[in-house]
Design a protein around this ligand. Structure first.
Ligand code: PLP
Length: 367
């Protein structure tokens, strides 16, 4: 039978049933807190997800109405966090090489109202942090590091991502660089300007159960795809809310993650490769994405979702953002051309996918 390779569906979870019954206690959350404090040097709060962590970081250092500069190629969660904190996001265009803003694109959007800048190291490609720090210093901007894609990454100058800004946030959501299905953390590295209440409420039971079961459901969907029914099962699970799309994970700054999630996150953090090449996704820019995806699927690769199909993804939330496309032409273009390969498969499994993608690669025109 033909092999299938999936993007997502908890492929990265090695033992789905083990995760279903994994026992976690308050001690696991405490250990994670201590570990994060040591690694990133600051006051730690564990959160329901990355966007809640980001909201707390923003509330701690900025005032209502402040403008925050955000990467022009990102997920809705980042936008949502800035809005939830009562601030105004402004998007900076990106470079085609690393999908991050540069000092040139930042210059174009910076204003007197700008108070902060969120560095996200898109897909695990580091920004030129030395240049960004210089830029931030010049304009009086506070840097927040978002490690959803880049825990364990090193900047070109050798410093570890998460050890530079005023605050660091992590997401432990599906497919993030630390994947515990859900969860997040904020580390306040500089003294906070505003009081922040730590999230202490228990997770909702519905969220708790969803997170427990997701790896098992993912496994079943993967299996059923062999007889053409994986998509059907996933649609049913979504319809009855046994599975939730990552983008729909609610922002809630009052809740902490489940202890078992803290336990998984800690073990993943300890195992992160400490190397400059760590990426959550390898990306390629192709001329005809539809045709490329069709060929990939024909060959057994199911690349349903990719990061990102819109400058602020997913598609169904894009309209809400009122994204200024004229201000970020590169982000718009890249969102139409990008394909990502996951990094949790080994080389031989991805060999055929690479050959297919190569046929469609865009020859870079240099300016
Ligand atoms: C996913 C993501 C977040 C938020 O993480 P959640 O845990 O899903 O809330 C923040 N920043 C970036 C860049 C992300 O991709």
């Amino acid at each position: 039978m033909k092999k299938h390779y999936f993007l997502g569906l908890a492929v990265g979870v090695k033992h789905p049933f083990k995760q279903l019954f994994l026992h976690g206690t308050a001690k696991d959350s405490e250990e994670l807190t201590k570990y994060l404090d040591k690694r990133y040097s600051g006051e730690v709060m564990l959160c329901k997800n990355g966007r809640s962590a980001l909201t707390l970081a923003l509330k701690a250092y900025f005032n209502q109405g402040d403008t925050i500069i955000v990467n022009g190629f990102t997920c809705y969660a980042v936008y949502e966090a800035v809005k939830a904190a009562g601030m105004k996001p402004v998007f900076a265009d990106i470079s085609r090489e690393n999908l991050n803003f540069t000092t040139e694109t930042l210059e174009k959007v910076v204003s007197d109202d700008a108070a902060g800048i969120i560095v996200q190291n898109t897909l695990g490609n580091p920004v030129d942090m030395v240049a960004i720090e210089r830029f931030a210093g010049k304009h009086g901007l506070v840097i927040i590091e978002d490690l959803a894609h880049s825990a364990g990454l090193e900047y070109p100058d050798g410093r570890e991502a998460g050890t530079v800004g005023a605050a660091t946030i992590l997401s432990f959501g599906k497919e993030k660089s630390v994947d515990a299905i859900s969860g997040g953390a904020v580390i306040f590295r500089h003294p906070k300007r505003h009081e922040i209440k730590a999230p202490t409420k228990l997770p909702k039971i519905s969220d708790y159960l969803r997170e427990r079961w997701y790896p098992v459901f993912g496994l079943w969907c993967r299996r059923l795809t062999r007889i053409g029914l994986g998509g059907v099962l996933m649609r049913v699970l979504l319809a009855v809310h046994f599975v939730e799309r990552s983008a729909d994970n609610r922002l809630d700054i009052t809740r902490r993650p489940a202890h078992f999630e803290a336990k998984i996150a800690l073990s993943e953090l300890k195992n992160l490769r400490k190397s400059g090449s760590r990426r959550v996704r390898e990306f390629y820019l192709v001329d005809d994405r539809r045709a490329t995806l069709d060929e990939l699927q024909e060959a057994g690769y199911f690349f349903g979702g990719f990061w990102y199909e819109r400058p602020v993804s997913p598609k169904r939330y894009y309209k809400k953002v009122h994204f200024d496309e004229a201000a970020c032409p590169t982000a718009v273009k890249v969102s139409q051309q990008i394909i990502n390969l996951p990094t949790y498969y080994n080389e031989s499994d991805l060999a055929l996918a690479r050959i297919i993608i190569k046929k469609h690669l865009i020859e870079e025109e240099h300016d």
